[in-house]
Design a protein around this ligand. Structure first.
Ligand code: PEP
Ligand code: MN
Length: 339
């Protein structure tokens, strides 16, 4: 349910309402909007109707309304305005165009520094790079681990870019949090509820990638696990789903973008690299994602894709990335983003 506060309500009223909400067994998520403060109260209590009536009588409460959508805190019922949050000193969501770029995997100091410098000069806003890699085969490169995280952090600092990197396992979460500005939860872990809960507790911004066979409604509920732990800094990433088509690695679900934008206030990012699997298709699908309303892109960029240790075939060279960014900006402006 949503508890809407009167504009005349005091801080003391707010504290008392939060205490009552928690007392009845719900989590309380406060959103201070431009004109109104609301509290999202989420929980599965049998006496919900009674609790709604009691809360409605507290001083400072204007109304108590139920949230009908199953994904409560992520829904447009809870918050109609697009949400945005800071990652380092860049903003994700709202009116900004987020450009996440970097290699699939961090491979060496020289590699990550060179790519960081290149993507920064093309207008990237967040540097990506995996240190813990979810590979299909256990015999392929698994990532550099902490050594990679150290290099990513240094390269990000040098290029003045915040960094995003994937966490594969709850046991590595503290370590990844030490170096990253944003935590990526990959497609294979989209429905790993233990990991989602643990990442939700950290309050670090999260890039949650859609699982390859996760429906949009399931995806929204995966995000809800993060929100329900009090972490509201979540961006959703469409990265292609598995279909009968084999000409591309995955099928980028362009529909998902307007559907997600309608159902949730959370920022939506398109990943045309994993969404297609081939560098030739990355830019066209990137443009389509922006045209469909995505708040940004996540793209793999490599200085030497032919010798990349992972995902070289879907990585853009820096020059192609620069061209892509220029055109993506024009499209974003054309559909009304004020960037
Ligand atoms: C990645 O971003 O390199 C990655 C492994 O992505 P996904 O989880 O979408 O496959
Ligand atoms: Mn990759």
């Amino acid at each position: 349910m949503i508890v809407v506060l009167k504009s005349s309500s005091s801080n003391e009223d707010l504290e008392k309402i939060i205490a009552a909400v928690k007392d009845y067994g719900y989590t309380a998520e406060v959103v201070k909007g431009k004109s109104k403060t609301i509290i999202g109260a989420v929980g599965d209590q049998k006496e919900k109707q009674q609790h709604m009536n009691l809360l409605g009588q507290l001083p400072g409460v204007e109304a108590v309304v139920p949230i009908m959508q199953p994904h409560k805190l992520g829904s447009r019922e809870f918050r109609n305005e697009d949400s945005s949050f800071k990652v380092g000193n860049t903003i994700v969501g709202g009116n900004s165009l987020t450009l996440i770029a970097g290699p699939c995997s961090i491979e060496s100091e020289e590699q990550i520094f060179e790519i960081a410098k290149a993507v920064k000069s093309s207008g990237a806003t967040i540097l990506r790079g995996g240190a813990f890699k979810p590979r299909t085969s256990p015999y392929t490169f698994q990532g550099m681990g902490e050594e990679g995280l150290i290099l990513l952090r240094k390269a990000g600092d040098e290029a003045e870019l915040p960094v995003v990197t994937e966490v594969l396992d709850v046991k590595d979460l503290d370590l990844v949090c030490k170096y990253a500005d944003m935590i990526q939860i990959g497609a294979r872990n989209c429905q790993n509820y233990a990991l989602l809960k643990a990442v939700g507790k950290t309050k670090k911004p999260v890039l949650l990638k859609r699982g390859m066979s996760t429906t949009i409604n399931e995806f929204l509920l995966c995000a809800e696990y993060l929100l329900a732990e009090g972490n509201m800094s979540v961006a959703l990433c469409e990265r292609g789903i598995r279909t009968f088509e084999t000409a591309t690695r995955n099928t980028f679900d362009i529909n998902a973008i307007p559907v997600l934008k309608e159902k949730t206030h959370l920022p939506v990012i398109g990943d045309p690299a994993h969404g297609t699997g081939y560098w030739q298709y990355v830019s066209p699908i990137a443009y389509a994602a922006i045209a469909a309303g995505a708040d940004g892109l996540a793209v793999e960029v490599h200085n030497k894709p032919e010798i990349a240790l992972s995902d070289g075939g879907q990585s853009l060279k820096p020059k192609k990335f620069t061209e892509m960014v220029k055109k993506a900006r024009v499209i974003a402006k054309a559909i009304g983003k004020n960037i």
